[in-house]
Write a protein that binds this ligand. Structure first.
Ligand code: ATP
Length: 358
């Protein structure tokens, strides 16, 4: 049985705003789930309903099979890490870590042991006597994480815990949090608007938009099999390229190239005759030049960005802008006309009206 079950969960705020619509999810014990989506899509609201900080307007929330809608945060045995570190400024790192256990009346010996163990996991041992103001942002965030994991809880909730850190600290903390998760074994729900965090940390990703779940899947599933243009465009960096064209005689025309859609869609292409479809491909799915078993397209190079291990090439493709990823040795000249190929399996065709993948 799933450890956490969200069945048709809805949130309607007192002002009438419907922030979350029919959210469904089953999380297994020990799973690392990431909610990802743009600002305002309902990630934090859903997390707060799981934490017991926000009422559930409609739907069932179960913990280990028991209806928990009306349980308080304590009964749910959750620990939460927020964006702001919320440390006690007048307490040392040791006291910040020990605070929750002190409140619970846990024995001093046990507190000492758990503080030392937590500090060790987080690399904070030598900072236990310091005050928070004498720590870097990354160290403070570690203390905040430590305060949550020191209590042995079943559910670990994190709301954008890395957003106040610089790029380098984020990369370090990303792997640390994943490691801590493995060690504690708590079911973790992690909120972020950063698709890279979602892809690198999650067992499964929940992609949200405007209060609706778009797709739930492993990082590979949402990357390779996005259900619609939103997921396809949100997951992956730079985002997937989209070119909208009308289907005529089973083909679309991009510049001088006629692309036979039956190669991708088979007989289903006839359903789209005379209609607009969106031709999608990822920047990293292309190969320069004209290849076999691939759609070939041409464009004019408008800009190139050398990134070190690879380069982005901005191309005007028959009036549409596309980004191609190439190796540093392949960077074409500015203003040159280039042909590139996309293998059939690297192409996604979307219904232009519903925006769903065909
Ligand atoms: P962010 O990444 O910016 O934190 P989010 O995806 O976490 O965004 P939520 O904070 O869950 O989004 O907010 C979802 C929607 O609900 C937003 O449009 C927000 O304005 C609205 N909202 C949040 N709190 C309330 C409230 N107390 N009353 C009314 N509307 C609210």
């Amino acid at each position: 049985m799933a450890y956490l079950t969200l069945k048709n969960i809805n949130k309607i705020y007192p002002n009438g705003f419907h922030a979350v619509h029919d959210f469904n999810l089953e999380a297994e014990r020990g799973e690392f789930i990431v909610f990802v989506g743009p600002s305002g899509c309902g990630k934090s609201t859903t997390l707060r309903m799981i934490a017991g900080l926000e009422d559930i307007s409609k739907g069932d929330f179960l913990i280990d099979g028991e209806l928990a809608n009306n349980w308080g945060p304590r009964e749910r045995e959750v620990a939460m890490v927020f964006q702001s570190y919320a440390l006690y400024p007048n307490m040392s790192v040791y006291d910040n870590l020990a605070f929750g256990l002190n409140l619970q009346g846990v024995d001093e010996d046990v507190i000492e042991e758990r503080v030392q163990k937590t500090a060790k996991i987080l690399g904070l041992t030598e900072y236990l006597d310091r005050m928070p103001r004498a720590l870097s942002g990354g160290q403070r965030q570690r203390v905040a994480v430590g305060r949550s994991i020191i209590r042995k809880v079943g559910i670990f909730l994190m709301d954008e815990p890395l957003s106040n850190l610089d790029a380098k600290q984020r990369v370090t903390m990303r792997s640390e949090i994943t490691q801590i998760h493995r060690e504690t074994g708590a079911t973790t729900i992690y909120v972020t608007h950063d698709q890279t965090e979602a892809m690198t940390m999650a067992d499964r990703i929940v992609v949200m938009k405007n209060g609706y779940v778009q797709q739930v899947g492993t990082p590979k599933e949402v990357y390779f099999n996005p259900v619609n243009m939103f997921v396809a465009g949100f997951i992956g960096e730079p985002p997937m390229n989209f070119i909208t064209r009308k289907v005529e005689k089973g083909c679309i025309t991009i510049g001088q190239h006629s692309l036979d859609l039956s190669k991708k869609l088979g007989e289903r292409v006839s359903e789209y005759e005379g209609k607009d479809i969106v031709f999608g491909f990822r920047p990293e799915a292309i190969a320069l030049g004209e290849k076999a078993d691939a759609y070939v397209v041409s464009g004019t190079v408008e800009l190139t960005e050398m990134l070190g291990d690879n380069a982005n090439v901005y191309v005007d493709v028959d009036g549409d802008k596309s980004i191609l990823k190439v190796t540093p040795h392949e960077i074409p000249d500015m203003d040159s006309d280039i042909a590139f190929s996309i293998p059939y399996e690297g192409v996604y065709i979307f219904d232009a009206e519903t925006e769903n993948v065909i």
